[in-house]
Design a protein around this ligand. Structure first.
Ligand SMILES: C[S@@+](CC[C@H](N)C(=O)[O-])C[C@H]1O[C@@H](n2cnc3c(N)ncnc32)[C@H](O)[C@@H]1O
Length: 447
């Protein structure tokens, strides 16, 4: 391996791209697939990239004290220092000498002598003087923000929504690795057969406590299993399986999946339909490329005959379908995705309160546009993978207020989730079951 493709250099490169707007999971996939790394090195690059993003505000706080306020630091140089700091603070087994030497070597390889001296100087100054004590930060909000590396506005929003204790519990768990789960395809197999097959390939398999017909696996990629290749399972977070449970699909139903790509819920709905009784799911999304992804997934999951996928903005369904065509409508809306914070840790730094307000408008716009297409007595489910009430309860409440012909249905699930809800909607936070955060609401059209 030449110097400039060491795991640390690759992590710095990937992190610099993420700071420029790339998604961490896609960037990491690209970095790992374009270099021939051992398993150990792949895991190390992954750990450095996710770990540095997860702790970015904490690491930046430490770094601040060692960089003059007006000093310009190139993004990759800053990442080199953050990656070094991350290893020193969070990775017990990495020797300090290796961390320093590699960071300095990287600065030398990629930059000029001045950059090498700067990186060397900062690392040695930190070592001599020690890092500031985060617990001594006076402002309680800033202390939480730096401790958990979550922006202040997001902490305030959570505190207002769920109180201090629950907010801390959420913050404590968002940097844990995301669990991997699969949904069994009941059309072609049984949970028992899937469990047996996965175990024979060496996977650790646990039944889901969140969604029926699902398993949680260890972190070996499920996409490499035989059952995945054969379309006997699909990879889906457990909480993401709940909106379709709430939809109460019947075999002969006409279902509209208004925001469908990549098709996780489309294939889940399709498996509940009986094409002989006319059951069909119409899956919409914005772009042809996304439609192709839905179609490929439907093919792999053996449900292509029940899926009709088309590129269409859900706000423009008016001319396309006659009113009252569908028995069930799912709006799994575009959202901030803050429930997926474990899978995409950078999400917390990218979204702003303005984005959240803007998204609420889009979500209400989609709901308004699709509901005339629902039959009387039909069921509408609105769901998101976020944990903020602006995109969740507020949307559900406004929808009900503006559509008196709808009534709220209490969201029920097949497994017995702990249930102390005071609302009909279901909000799952990442600390509840170690799953993604999700929100589900359901409504019935009265007339
Ligand atoms: C949360 S994702 C859907 C996930 C999907 N339901 C699943 O289970 O795999 C939201 C999707 O909505 C799509 N989207 C955004 N605005 C839309 C619109 N106006 N009409 C239709 N789809 C839209 C996005 O492209 C994205 O694929």
């Amino acid at each position: 391996m030449t110097r400039n493709v060491t795991p640390r250099a690759l992590a710095v490169e990937a992190l610099t791209r993420v700071a420029n707007g790339a998604y961490s999971n896609l960037q990491l996939e690209q970095t790992l697939s374009s270099h021939n790394l051992s398993d150990v090195d792949r895991r190390f690059v992954t750990n450095l990239v996710y770990g540095t993003i997860q702790h970015q505000l904490t690491l930046e706080y430490y770094l601040e004290g060692f960089v003059k306020p007006n000093q310009k630091v190139l993004p990759w140089v800053k990442m080199t220092l953050l990656v070094a700091l991350y290893q020193e603070i969070y990775l017990d087994r990495v020797p300090k000498r290796a961390i320093f030497n590699e960071a300095i070597q990287l600065a030398k390889d990629r930059g000029h002598e001045g950059i090498r001296r700067f990186v060397t100087g900062v690392l040695h100054a930190m070592d001599r003087q020690g890092l500031p004590d985060v617990s001594k930060i006076k402002d309680p909000l800033k202390r939480l923000s730096i401790t958990y590396s979550v922006p202040e506005w997001l902490i305030t929003a959570l505190q207002e929504q769920v109180g201090e204790e629950k907010t801390i519990s959420i913050l404590e768990t968002i940097n844990q690795p995301a669990a991997q789960s699969v949904r069994v395809n009941p059309l072609v197999t049984t949970p028992e057969a899937v469990k047996q097959s996965l175990e024979s390939e060496g996977y650790e398999v646990m039944p889901s406590v969140v969604a029926a017909g699902a398993f949680r696996l260890d972190d070996h990629p499920a996409s490499e299993s035989r059952v995945f290749e054969d379309g006997k399972v699909t990879i889906q977070d457990e909480s993401a399986m709940l909106p379709v449970e709430a939809l109460q699909v019947r075999p002969g139903d006409q279902v509209l999946d208004a925001c469908a790509a990549p098709g996780g819920k489309t294939t889940q709905i399709a498996a509940l339909l009986d094409p002989h009784s006319g059951g069909k799911v119409t899956a919409l999304d914005l772009h042809e490329k996304k439609i192709q992804v839905i179609e490929r997934n439907a093919e792999r999951m053996h449900v292509a005959d029940r899926v009709d996928a088309m590129a269409l903005d859900a706000r423009k369904v008016d001319d396309k379908f006659k009113d009252g065509k569908f028995d069930r409508i799912l709006v799994d809306a575009p959202c901030s995705g803050l429930g997926l914070i474990r899978r995409k840790p950078e999400i917390r730094y990218e979204k702003t309160p303005q984005d959240i307000q803007q998204l609420q408008k889009v979500q209400l716009g989609i709901l308004d546009a699709v509901v005339p297409k629902l039959k009387a007595d039909g069921i509408l489910v609105y769901s998101t993978c976020t944990i903020l009430k602006t995109e969740n309860n507020e949307v559900a409440e406004r929808f009900l207020a503006e559509h008196p012909d709808f009534e709220a249905l209490r969201v029920t699930t097949k497994l017995n989730l702990k249930d102390d809800r005071t609302t009909d909607t279901l909000a799952i936070y990442p600390d509840d079951y170690d799953s993604d955060g999700f929100f589900v609401s359901a409504f019935r059209r009265k007339k």
